[in-house]
Write a protein that binds this ligand. Sequence first.
Ligand code: SF4
Ligand code: SF4
Length: 503
Amino acid sequence: MNLQSFHGGVEVPGHKEISTSRPVEPAPLPKRLILPLSQHLGAPAEPLVAVGDRVLKGQMIASPAGFVSAPLHAGSSGTVVAIGEHPVPHPSGLAAPCITIETDGEERWVKRERHDFRRLEPARIREMVRQAGIVGLGGAGFPAFIKLNPGRSVGTLIINAAECEPYITSDDMLMRERPEQILRGLQIIRRAVQARRCIVAIEENKPEAERSLRQGLQRLEEGDEVEIVTIPARYPAGGEKQLIQMVTGQEVPSGGLPVQIGVVCHNVSTAAAVYRAVELGEPLLSRYVTVTGGAVAEPRNLEALIGTPVAELLALCGTALDAVQEVIMGGPMMGISLASLQVPLVKTGNCLLAVARGEIEHAAVMPCIRCGSCADVCPISLLPQQMYWHARARDFDRIQEYDLFDCIECGCCAYVCPSNIPLVHYYRFAKSEIRALQEQKRKADIARERHELRERRLAREKAERAARHARRKPGPSDESKRAAIQAALERARAGKQGSPDDV
Ligand code: SF4
Ligand code: SF4
């Protein structure tokens, strides 16, 4: 295949060999599972259970609230012991609503239904993926069923096996150990979107994973219809837009979606989750997570239940907490620094990076010297320096003129900045401020609209009342009665005695 290139990007040390020398091990069942209601893009799920309820493994415990939302399932059987705020992995470090389940160790499942995907219509597949709570497991967290419903013809389905961020190897190990699940998931997704062509794109630094996928392909009936493409290891080759550009030569328009150019892209872990949901009837309950970093004595990948406390996963791999500088969920380029180790593993949590003191240098921040290096490496061809100035000045109108919302927060600009400016923090700050202002404006618009509607209603009712009064003119009988009363009153005033009938 004739691969294209994308603008910018950086070469970063992979550090991937640290966590790939041992097979993946299942993490033991934790005593408590903490399940945040929001582990996806969109509206948080709404609880279906109450404190004290007994739940089964795989039971839906929170339902999606709207179209862009995802349900939540119990990772094991047990009892709901709390529904309320708990620390979660989020850049703000704030707590958020979670359902906590005390597990009973019995692992009693809800009823599961197995299906042969070839007998299923695309709409049925989408609904099964939705009900299984599957979101983009590469880190985006977008509800997967939405991307299975392209609404237009799809020329190419790309399975993203790049995993370009340093340290993270969960997709790599999944490809080595469960290639069939990925390839079955790929076939299911292909059926759902009716894609004509299917490509698995993998970075050149994963030869074992590639070999495993190729062997798996030989065992599939439709194997020859899937192309496996090896791409250069250049960060962020696994970014959706960059990958599409490399593989198809097409650019996703600014602010647009891949489907606009006839492409749908899903991550390998998402594909495996789709297989488990459709063919085995299992919702998304667990995932592969890399536990690595200088403070981890036995770095490796674990298969852990979503909701397992991060502290337990770190302990399983012999993490020396007194040597830890910070723990990042995700990789060093795009991950979130955790404010607490009590946060749970979430659906998008592909890596726990326990950084030892001095392992990642945090040099002093200095003033911008306008060198332009940040613009040279930006894969979206943005102007990071200008965005930085406008974010600092809180000039949120100007920063949007520089396409802030096209920024994928890859961190390439900050990585090369000689002044060590944490540029991505400024972009995240600006984005969250703009979203908050937009939300405030939306609420103010609704309030103003309601006020205007009320004013219009009151004015209409007043006009209707006036019209009713105007229609009520006195009739001839009223006139004569009034005249008789008047005459009787005058006679009374003059001292004449009238008949009672007068009045
Ligand atoms: S790389 Fe850093 S110092 Fe250079 S222009 Fe960009 S923000 Fe300024
Ligand atoms: S973080 Fe944003 S501005 Fe910086 S290089 Fe990546 S896409 Fe460009």
